[in-house]
Design a binder for this molecule. Sequence first.
Ligand code: NAP
Ligand code: ZN
Ligand code: ZN
Length: 349
Amino acid sequence: MAVKAYGTYAADKPLEPLEITRRVPGPHDVQIEIAFCGICHSDLHQARAEWAGTQWPCVPGHEIVGRVSAVGAHVSGFKAGDLVGIGCIVDSCRHCPDCEDGLENYCDAMVGTYNSPTPDAPGHTLGGYSQRIVVHERYVLRIRHPESQLAAVAPLLCAGITTYSPLKHWKAGPGKKVGVVGIGGLGHMDIKLAHAMGAHVVAFTTSESKREAALALGANEVVVSRNPDEMAAHAKSFDFILNTVAAPHDLDAFLVLLKRDGTMALVGAPATPHPSPNVFDLIMKRRALAGSMIGGIAETQEMLDFCAEHGIVADIEMIRAETINEAYERMLKGDVKYRFVIDNASLAS
Ligand code: NAP
Ligand code: ZN
Ligand code: ZN
């Protein structure tokens, strides 16, 4: 079935309207009419081939929400009309230790929502900047927020789970001091989630203009990271820091803020490496530098339900599909509070 989409044929070309095909739903498939799709910085990295291996055409988008329009004969958990989401994962091997632990995000055969091998045309997956998607029921998430919040739920499918998973893993909660570096799409969700989990939250930003906004999002304190005195005031005090920055930068400035046995987890995935951290900063206080990638399907459902229960959604700016290229430029400048979301109805015109 042909559907309208937005994508690009080369790293140096803007995104443009194109037509793609979606498979007819198989026995275990769920067909979804996409209502909204968030714009993640990963979409830009991939579309501009800043990471290795971009396949063309590239149709990004892995913060997908919409309504089920058809289900295969063996699907029991979903029916036409249900509000659902698709995040970064549309398939995996389903039997390795990672899949069995519900951590499909770490399966070596994980199929990403875009740019991963698939038997479907054109041979790689195509994402949510499109009218429709067909996904095996195992990877479909249920949305329990009110429908009026649907657009603002979309970013939870990547920005939400990518911050929720490490916060849980490193046990953010009451009595813990948690730092968030970079107040963009991921960072603003991290503030909201860490605050809801009961942690003391400190936001680190390079943008003086985000100081008040970060407090409004739920941060207890805000540090402008370009100011050495403000940084020094927090030396050796953090249990956990989540670093969401999409560009290479000095990690030592944050590592020295961890207390003994503290961890900084990197989720930002810059196109070129960070300068190597100073080993002594790690050795001296048994500090850890770690990484984390999105989250598993069960944990994504848990995160969505946690957010529905606590009234948490993303702060979004809705756009029409024809302004995606402008949105990319603005995202690069940090000029978005805090996530662009495409109104996929605009693909029809
Ligand atoms: P974003 O909305 O562009 O936010 C990134 C933030 O980082 C910016 O708002 C800015 O915050 C800060 N920043 C950007 N450039 C900087 C620089 N040169 N120096 C210091 N700070 C800078 O991006 P996002 O969608 O949140 O994604 C962030 C990164 O995470 C991307 O690399 C993305 O690919 C990656 N990602 C990883 C995963 C995963 O599973 N690990 C999942 C999703 C996304 P301030 O203005 O506050 O400084
Ligand atoms: Zn993403
Ligand atoms: Zn697996």
